[in-house]
Design a protein around this ligand. Sequence first.
Ligand code: 13P
Ligand code: SF4
Length: 367
Amino acid sequence: MNIFQTTEKTNHLPEKYKTMSVEELEGRVKEIKEKLGKRLYIPGHHYQKDEVIQFADATGDSLKLAQLSADNRDAEFIVFCGVHFMAETADILTTDNQTVFLPDMRAGCSMADMADIHQTERAWEKLYELFDDTILPLTYVNSTAAIKAFVGEHGGATVTSSNASKMVKWAFKQKERILFLPDQHLGRNTAYQLGVPVDEMAIWNPQENQLEYDGPVEKIKVILWKGHCSVHENFTTANIESVRKKYPDMRIIVHPECSREVVNLSDLAGSTNYIINQIELSHPDTSWAIGTETNLVNRLIKQHPDKHIISLNPYMCVCLTMNRIDLPHLVWCLESIESGERTNVIKVEETISFHANLALNRMLAQS
Ligand code: 13P
Ligand code: SF4
């Protein structure tokens, strides 16, 4: 039980942090980190800004950050530099003696917002009528804790972009068909790669509360929730054509949150960790167009001056919600821990946490 004051509402950054210099802000982070030592742990997702990532105790994709949260039993305070669903996951996977903070409560995820629990329950009712007990729900970790709990309660599991293939295979061992929430692209790309033809995949439209499919429903193997990432949808086949024309030797690597058409025309596709590894393993003088969030692409450009790296979309912008976590918010959060006031605590309700934990642990057991 969390005995401290928790603040679930959106708090605004106090004025004082807006006027502090970068040196002052960085100095405060260093001081507090030193003072709290192992009591404080700062995980940072690869999409975070450099000004924040420089202070992360560990960086990773969503799978690695979930694994690290599950393994960490030392830190009392976990300041999660990422988005809301990642901080919720960390809270679910840590003990009651550990408190998870999100430096800016507005750091959500537009994809996670595309599926709410009421829509999911309504969808399940209809799908169950159609398919009876032949269907298993899987959810991308980019979803609310309530959806993870729903999936956990119904025998399913979470997936990340690192282990989606493994988890879809696992799901097909349990049931004949799957409902994949909330990213239609990751679901489609993964199932397609595993040999499920596109005409055996239906779309669930949560707005209309209906299935979008032409053909006999018995043929359906995968039901894709009609959600997407508003960042990755900005990589298009036109971007690929333009890169191929301008740089015929350039290799194109994208995140599987991109559409199937984009993934099919690319050379490689995989999670943020996979992208980083491929660039690290490649020979000097190779050239790459990367289809993922801009902070990560810019970091890779800086870290590999011997390689020619560009963004697949030259007009791409950052993930705005990931970018809400900045140095002033980090300092605000750390000072609140120092003063005992504890702003922006993420605490998932107990029953939800229990069932979501089932879904997460089924994934972690396979990973
Ligand atoms: P991964 O970190 O699993 O590659 O996911 C990217 C992402 O969109 C996180 O929101
Ligand atoms: Fe969500 Fe897309 Fe941003 Fe990832 S990149 S946090 S999926 S909006």
